[in-house]
Ligand binder design. Structure first.
Ligand code: NDP
Ligand code: OXD
Length: 310
């Protein structure tokens, strides 16, 4: 029984070092250079595996995605029909909530304006907004969305809502669910945070129509995927002033091309897809537990529903 690591973007050694103490006798292979006998492999650890790369393992029993989002993998038609597990890790969740809280506070406390005032040596007070009544809306109230909501609430945000497919019961968070609830959810939201998975149903969900449903002067924060946004529509909404600012961690093209209008846009805050990064040390215990479960034939957690796409 061997593990194969497939990620063109990650140094495999850090993951091996984190997992080895938890899985005595770990047989570790790295795609494509040291796969050895492909028949030995029972579990694949992957992050954005090249399409077709998983096809060669006839005894594969599970695929563990080393990140929360599986959009880059579920579209691979050659993906073997074995359980696909997505990462749920407390450090990944914590990191995302930090990024979201930072961005919400940036706009809520007018840092986007004060940054500009400072450049112009301009000393001016702005009217304060009461945190208790500032309407925050989170698209996607799953692992990450719920944690961000709970942490914002702990800071005193008292008007938080979330939108999901099914109804949620999170204390102090109003639940909107299903397609019909999207417009009412947007209409009451002044700071919109996107934490949805990218699927056929959520592709391009932030567009001219949905941005127009937000109140004038709303803010948009995206830590999910660039594919959720029709970028021309967002730029137009920023330029017209309907959207007063955006914090964007993800884009349709990554790395963001040097000539993208987002780079120099005065209303846009950019980070390079780092809202939260999977960390081998923190997630190793969860991954090792998953591998043991596969090998012992026990129930697996956090399995992706491939028909839903997340
Ligand atoms: P989850 O699967 O735990 O949660 C997804 C949420 O989205 C659920 O509440 C789900 O509803 C909701 N949802 C999905 N489809 C729809 C739909 N069509 N309509 C309404 N609601 C929908 O995912 P995570 O919270 O773990 O991760 C979310 C995303 O965050 C990832 O897919 C990834 O793209 C992104 N991410 C980005 C990172 C970064 O660094 N930028 C880092 C980590 C993740 P329901 O609960 O009812 O099923
Ligand atoms: C993820 C990501 O989905 O890092 O985990 O984007």
């Amino acid at each position: 029984m061997a593990i194969v690591f497939i990620s063109p973007f990650d140094p495999p050694e850090r993951w091996r070092q984190a997992l080895a103490p938890l899985l005595p006798g770990l047989d570790w292979r790295v795609w494509p250079d040291s796969v050895g006998n492909a028949e030995d492999v029972d579990v694949a650890l992957v992050w954005r595996p090249p399409p077709g790369s998983l096809r060669q393992f006839p005894n594969l029993k599970a695929i563990y995605n080393l990140g929360a989002g599986v959009d880059s993998i579920v579209s691979d038609e050659t993906l073997p029909d074995v359980p696909l597990i997505h990462m749920v890790d407390s450090a990944l969740t914590r990191g995302m909530s930090e990024w979201v809280v930072y961005c919400v506070l940036h706009f809520h406390r007018d840092f986007h304006v004060f940054r500009d005032f400072q450049k112009r040596h301009h000393w001016r007070e702005l009217p304060a907004r009461d945190t208790a009544v500032r309407p925050i809306g989170i698209l996607g109230l799953g692992e990450l969305g719920q944690d961000a909501a709970v942490k914002l609430r702990a800071m005193g945000f008292g008007a938080i809502a979330g939108w999901s497919r099914s109804e949620k019961h999170v204390e102090g968070v109003e639940s909107f669910y299903g397609p019909d609830a999207l417009t009412p959810f947007l209409e009451r939201t002044e700071i919109l945070v996107c934490l949805l998975p990218l699927t056929a149903a959520t592709q391009g969900i932030v567009n001219r129509r949905t941005l127009a449903a937000l109140p004038e002067g709303a803010f948009f924060i995206n830590a999910a995927r660039g594919g959720h946004v029709v970028e021309q529509d967002l730029l137009a909404a920023l330029d017209s002033g309907h959207i007063a600012g955006a914090a964007l961690d993800v884009f349709r093209a990554e790395p963001l091309p040097g000539d993208s209008p987002f780079w120099d846009h005065p209303k846009v805050l950019i980070t390079p897809h780092v809202a939260s990064i999977s960390m081998p040390q923190s997630s190793a215990a969860e991954i090792a537990d998953c591998i043991r479960r596969v090998r012992q034939g026990r129930r697996l957690k956090n399995i992706v529903d491939r028909t839903r796409g997340y």
